[in-house]
Write a protein that binds this ligand. Structure first.
Ligand code: SF4
Length: 298
């Protein structure tokens, strides 16, 4: 079988809101150091810190900002004075997000609730109320420009299934990048898809089959189109958080394969443990992918 090439020498690079690393870049001169980011993830990845508000020239300390609804638009304004920073932040974000392309990021951890860095549910104010349906003016362009990039905020990473899913996607995204960064062959794509069969099945069966059909029918099709479709489908499939039931099905599937090769005594080892069978908490993941990679619980 053709090998899936992985370049183990290049670091796995992740973008991060600078304040999460403990850098004193917040509006009040403080930071929001997150121990999962600084103490655990930092052992395995290289961080690329970005503070949009400092980099755009607002300085530290600075007036606090918030998002305000203005008709169909959302504006970034200083809370106390109402000074509008929307245009400068939009220009900066477009420039900075483009510049990140060369760093080949494999993921991004954003600061939740921030009018610049928040990825979801950021407060947007009207005169009388606020709704939690905004995105930071930096986070929005980042996620729109790189839709397959694994992105989470430090708040969502407190949720064990989301955290495991994020880590799994970061490593998978890196392997995907390694595959497509050179002049890949059909055989390499087939090998990649085969190597990820069980992992894909643990997330969703449909995308696994669709990607299989894509891989089987690439002859004569434009390479860029195949690459784009496979990347989109692969990362969308992994973004579906796995469940205990799906992991159990995959373990049973794997056990079925092993049984044909093992004698009766060894078959006992391949039986699916009862603790992995679908139970009350069917959403809780039992995937071993992150644990096998040496990731301890938070
Ligand atoms: S949330 Fe973003 S803009 Fe605010 S201090 Fe942190 S890195 Fe800077």
């Amino acid at each position: 079988m053709t090998e899936v090439a992985v370049d183990a020498d290049r670091p796995i690079r992740l973008g991060v809101s600078s304040c999460l690393l403990g850098n004193t870049v917040r509006y009040d001169g403080g930071h929001k150091r997150d121990r999962f980011v600084t103490d655990l993830l930092a052992q395995f990845v290289e961080w690329v810190p970005v503070c949009p508000e400092v980099e755009v020239g607002m300085g530290t300390p600075r007036p606090a900002l918030r998002l305000v609804r203005d008709g169909d638009d959302v504006r970034m304004v200083e809370i106390a004075s109402g000074r509008d920073h929307t245009r400068e932040m939009q220009r900066y974000a477009a420039r900075r997000v483009r510049a990140l392309r060369g760093l080949e990021l494999c993921g991004y951890v954003l600061k939740k609730d921030s009018p610049s860095c928040g990825m979801t549910r950021v407060k947007v104010y009207t005169e009388k109320s606020a709704s939690k349906d905004g995105r930071g003016l930096f986070a929005g362009p980042l996620m729109d420009t790189y839709p397959n990039l694994p992105v989470e905020d430090e708040g969502r990473l407190n949720d064990a299934p989301l955290r495991e899913n994020f880590i799994e996607r970061v490593f998978a995204y890196r392997r995907l990048r390694d595959l497509f960064r050179s002049r890949w062959t059909r055989g390499q794509l087939v090998a990649f898809h085969t190597a990820h069969k069980l992992q894909l099945m643990a997330h969703a069966m449909e995308p696994y089959r669709e990607l299989g059909s894509l891989v089987a029918s690439i002859k004569g099709r434009p390479r860029d189109e195949v690459r784009r479709q496979y990347q989109d489908g692969f990362m969308a499939a992994l973004a579906r958080v796995s469940s205990r039931a799906r992991n159990t099905n995959v373990l049973q599937h794997a056990a079925g394969h092993l049984k044909q090769r093992l004698d009766s005594a060894s078959r006992k080892v391949t039986s699916v443990p009862s603790c992995s069978r679908p139970g009350k908490d069917s959403r809780k993941s039992t995937s071993t992918s992150s644990r096998a990679s040496g990731w301890p619980s938070r």
